[in-house]
Design a protein around this ligand. Structure first.
Ligand SMILES: CCCCCCCC/C=C\CCCCCCCC(=O)N[C@@H](COP(=O)(O)O)[C@H](O)/C=C/CCCCCCCCCCCCC
Length: 215
């Protein structure tokens, strides 16, 4: 798995995985969810080693979920809904404070879920940005509105420094491998509703089970 993060990023590929994320009855397939994140990590890796600490954290969370998906209880880790039910029914989630299940699927996925909100906000800003927009500012705004609220000061500082070396909008669009800027904008417009729907379904599920603040 780790090696696949080094390959070339394609926005279309990420879009395809998020398209495949939802079942007919709107359950979120874990395999596709994780595949979407793997694709995004490829992009992050292509931005350079400054982003290594972020990539490392994302990869370790992906790996925790992959281990459950391939483990002895794999059948319970087909969708986010089945994972939540299984872990809650079997008291496998540290609901109030870290205890015997510090790496439950539920708390691990929650971290990626919060990052998905950042992604949604960031992509929307990119989509509506102009040629002279600064990606670092767009990224920082999206981060401050979402993930930052869950991160301690040190992480916020480190993330803020990393954002400063983000490439400009033009380079960013090129790395997406979609085509000219108009096509990137169109593709982002296609991707956003899918990402939003996956985010909202997960958010509602976690809210319903009072799990939005898992330690
Ligand atoms: C379509 C292409 C354009 C966008 C491509 C974006 C690619 C982004 C790829 C990955 C995003 C990283 C996801 C980070 C997950 C962070 C999860 C988290 O919150 N972890 C913290 C809490 O975990 P526990 O300690 O409770 O286990 C952990 O402390 C975090 C450590 C690392 C710092 C995370 C900073 C996140 C910044 C997100 C912005 C990424 C900037 C990418 C720039 C394109």
């Amino acid at each position: 798995m780790a090696g696949s993060e080094d390959q070339k990023f394609s926005l279309q590929e990420v879009l395809d995985t998020f398209k495949l994320c939802l079942s007919e009855n709107k359950e979120v397939y874990l395999e596709q969810y994780v595949a979407g994140w793997r694709g995004l990590v490829k992009f992050l890796n292509s931005l350079g080693s400054v982003f290594g600490f972020i990539s490392k954290d994302a990869v370790s969370k992906i790996q925790i979920l992959v281990n459950y998906m391939n483990g002895e209880n794999a059948s319970h880790y087909a969708t986010v809904q089945s994972m939540v039910k299984y872990e809650l029914d079997n008291n496998l989630v540290d609901v109030n404070k870290k205890g015997s299940h510090p790496e439950s699927g539920c708390r691990t996925l929650l971290r990626l879920h919060r990052a998905l909100r950042w992604l949604e906000l960031f992509l929307d800003r990119l989509r509506t940005s102009t040629e002279d927009s600064k990606t670092s500012a767009l990224c920082a705004e999206a981060y401050n509105e979402s993930l930052a609220q869950h991160h301690p000061w040190m992480i916020r500082k480190a993330a803020g420094m990393a954002f400063l070396v983000l490439p400009g909008r033009q380079t960013f669009f090129e790395v997406m491998n979609v085509g000219p800027p108009e096509q990137v904008v169109a593709k982002l417009g296609e991707a956003l509703p899918l990402i939003s729907e996956v985010y909202q379904i997960t958010e509602d599920l976690y809210a319903q089970h009072n799990m939005l603040d898992l330690p």
